[in-house]
Design a protein around this ligand. Sequence first.
Ligand SMILES: C[S@@+](CC[C@H](N)C(=O)[O-])C[C@H]1O[C@@H](n2cnc3c(N)ncnc32)[C@H](O)[C@@H]1O
Length: 272
Amino acid sequence: MDARARMEANRELWQRWTALHVPSDFYDVEGFIADPASRPFDRIIAELVGDVAGQRALHLQCHFGMDTLRLAQLGAVATGLDFSPAAIVAARELSGRAGLPATFIEGDVTTPPAEVPEAAFDLVFTSYGVISWLPDLRPWAETIASRLAPGGVFKLADSHPTLWVFDDEADDPELRVRYSYFGRDALEWEEFGSYAAPGDEHVGTSHSWQHTFEEIVGALVGAGLVIEELREFPLLAWKYTPAMVEREPGLFGLPDGQPELPLMFTLTARRP
Ligand SMILES: C[S@@+](CC[C@H](N)C(=O)[O-])C[C@H]1O[C@@H](n2cnc3c(N)ncnc32)[C@H](O)[C@@H]1O
């Protein structure tokens, strides 16, 4: 199966996952609609995005738009892009119901449609479970660099490449190395329920790819961006293993007694 076919399978999976996620407790859409301010970004993303008031913001892999609408709520003129048509339909509906205007566009982040104009954004933002869906980060980085206006910034938060080597299925609270850090091949999983809607029903097969820091930074620098900040955190916005514990609202760490490891990173880069 080539990478394009795998991405197409992922798109079908995200179509089904969107239907499970919109009504899920994990995303708590009704709570968000009732009071968007009560469901803000977690501390790490809030620090990363900072003051976005008045900025033209492009949110890549926006899923059904909750974070796009958080940017809108902070005063950004927000656009979300995702390749799942169901997610885009749900995002538009959520935007209307929450009273937070934003534009939502269906498209692949590696081959964005013409509705996502070049050199038009002060901020390109993407977070949490995004780069692992991309087989090659170079076209992704080209999209980011080409859509940023000169002087605009790219902000990324995702799981740390180091974390990917550990077994996320083991019940044992001790982390066990299972995967090569330098793994190149697609990883395939049969998905039952999802990370946000646990269940026994088979939903589809996911195809994901590991990326080293060398690949991430190399792709962005290769596209002409200048890295301004890289931060690492012993916290993650979801439980990678069942033994992880919530350390602050929405942020999870390894259990007591385990050495601290980098679980998440944030990166800021600028188009000169
Ligand atoms: C884990 S979600 C992002 C989660 C988001 N931060 C949130 O919390 O809602 C990953 C998203 O990437 C999208 N996606 C995956 N591959 C993509 C691609 N090649 N182009 C555009 N969107 C893609 C999926 O449809 C999904 O909505």
